[in-house]
Design a protein around this ligand. Structure first.
Ligand SMILES: Cc1cc2nc3c(=O)[nH]c(=O)nc-3n(C[C@H](O)[C@H](O)[C@H](O)COP(=O)(O)O)c2cc1C
Ligand SMILES: [Mn+2]
Length: 484
């Protein structure tokens, strides 16, 4: 059974010794960040701040800040289980023969069950307020000293494509300005920003409806970060991952639906012609992202539980909670990448590369130039387009061992020959790019070079001891009287 809501997951974390309650009053301005940063970096538990200063409600942070808690959230013992499940759908082909067709029936039923379910009401409707509310009631963090203000950091921002009517859910931070307004930091290549642009070109003026859910069952919360294609509902993926429908309920004032189990829902609009300075914000690059112009979200109604728990997270110098979220996404989407590019053996995005700065890819090379083909493929693959540096290595390099990658990559390259630069879209947060959102990317072909690629010198074997000698020395060792 999937977790029904955030609090059920909190109970599970507590049972598994993965949650610490903090009853001391702590300030959401900087202090909660400092505590969380230390705890995440030490591999510590999720934190439930019971008395955030200036607010009556508790605050949960670091919920998915370890591999183990991500596994608990997904109810697996390892991410390979999720990858295998996805793989089984990727391999799903029209089976031959009646018996095989029948065997597929349960799988088809499972596919049919991937849709979110609409319900009439839910816990997020326990308290409904169309006036007399303020965002200052919530323990919203100011994360780092130079931040432009307080930021809602884990909102599920829900919009509809004004042309297709399809839903999108994305996590885009929201800077609080006054009691009922926030910024809406959807970066230009993200689907929320696209909905905003489509609405602008269709209507010219007016407003785009936006619903924001804060705190839900952990998989639904995670789903907001999934890089699924445009017009594919993240909630369907949440259902797939939960193996149980997500219950959605209609908003009070908008033609949108939100997860019924949410702790807090903000209903409002974004004016199609209003922009305001947003930021700076201490970002997951470990640097402040610069202030920029973003749309303004106006809250018109808040629905919530009677005793809501405010879910948040921080980003900053890596590793932070988002590294564990990103790692889960990397593992979940690897089978999907391999469906299109079966030569990919494995990939790795080290924490220090903060996702879009470094991807290491191992391929089974079977024709000349294939490493460069894979680079170009990745630069055209959804949000992987942002990857600033791609290193392609042969299949026998273990990309999960970064020392091995550094060693073998540096041995394998003739830099002038093996480095390739391209121009294209880059991550909005890349402060080194020549202009925001556009810049260069680098691919390093660290595979063995072949004669058919113009390399005519012999390529040496990697050193490895003779197995018989190793076995003999293993025996000998016992007589040496010390541990190696
Ligand atoms: C904690 C957290 C905060 C994030 N903040 C932002 C943000 O402020 N702006 C943004 O564009 N993406 C942000 N992201 C990344 C997006 O959620 C992610 O790219 C997602 O795939 C976007 O959804 P979309 O593809 O439907 O646009 C954040 C992700 C996480 C996990
Ligand atoms: Mn999307």
């Amino acid at each position: 059974m999937a977790y029904q809501d955030l609090r059920e997951f909190i109970r599970k974390l507590e049972k598994e010794d993965e949650l610490k309650r903090i009853s001391t009053e702590v300030d959401p301005v900087l202090e909660i960040t400092e505590i969380t940063d230390r705890v995440t970096k030490a591999g510590g538990p999720a934190l439930l701040f019971e008395r955030p200063k200036g607010s009556k409600m508790p605050l949960l942070i670091n919920m998915l800040g370890s591999h183990r808690r991500v596994n608990l959230a997904l109810e697996v013992s390892g991410l390979s289980e999720v990858a295998e499940r996805i793989q089984s759908y990727v391999n799903f082909q029209s089976p031959q023969g009646l018996f095989n067709k029948l065997k597929m029936l349960p799988k088809l039923a499972e596919i049919g069950a991937f849709f979110p379910k609409t319900v009439k009401s839910g816990p997020c409707k326990e308290v409904i307020r169309k006036d007399g509310f303020s965002l200052h009631e919530f323990p919203i963090l100011k994360c780092w000293p130079q931040d432009g203000g307080r930021f809602i950091t884990w909102p599920l921002v829900i919009t509809k494509n004004p042309e297709t009517g399809r839903r999108n859910v994305g996590i885009y931070r929201m800077q609080v300005e006054g009691e009922r307004e926030t910024g809406m930091h959807w970066q230009t290549q993200k689907h929320g920003a696209e909905h905003f642009r489509r609405a602008r070109s269709k209507f010219g003026e007016g407003k785009l409806e936006v619903a924001v859910a804060i705190g839900s069952d952990p998989v639904t919360c995670l789903a907001g970060a999934l890089p699924v294609p445009p017009d594919m509902d993240e909630m369907m993926f949440a259902v797939f991952l939960r193996r149980e429908p997500v219950e959605m309920v209609a908003c009070e004032t908008l033609d949108l639906e939100v997860p019924a189990n949410a702790e807090i829902v903000l209903e409002g609009t974004v004016d199609l012609n209003e922009f305001r300075t947003e930021g700076p914000f201490g970002d997951h690059t470990g640097f402040y992202s610069l202030a920029g112009d973003y749309p303004v979200f106006r809250v018109q109604c808040i629905t919530q539980r009677k005793d809501p728990i405010y879910l948040t997270t921080i980003v900053g110098p890596p590793p932070q909670e988002d590294f564990f979220i990103g790692h889960a996404i990397e593992r979940i989407f690897l089978p999907v990448m391999r469906m299109q590019y079966p030569e990919i053996v494995d990939i790795s995005m080290p924490a220090e590369g903060i996702f879009h700065n470094l991807m290491i890819v191992a391929i089974r090379k079977s024709y000349p130039g294939q490493a460069r083909k894979i680079m170009n493929a990745i630069w055209s693959l959804g949000q992987a387009m942002f990857t600033k540096v791609i290193v392609v290595v042969d299949h026998d390099v273990d990309v999960q061992h970064h020392r091995e990658v550094v060693w073998k990559t540096l041995c394998a390259i003739d830099p002038e020959r093996d480095v390739q630069f391209v121009l294209g879209p880059v991550d909005t947060l890349d402060h080194a790019a020549r202009v925001q959102d556009f810049g260069s990317k680098m691919g390093i072909d660290a595979t063995r070079k072949w004669p058919t690629e113009g390399f005519t010198r012999p390529w040496p074997d990697q050193i490895a001891m003779d197995p018989a000698v190793k076995a003999h020395v293993d025996q000998l060792w016992k007589t040496l009287g010390w541990k190696p």
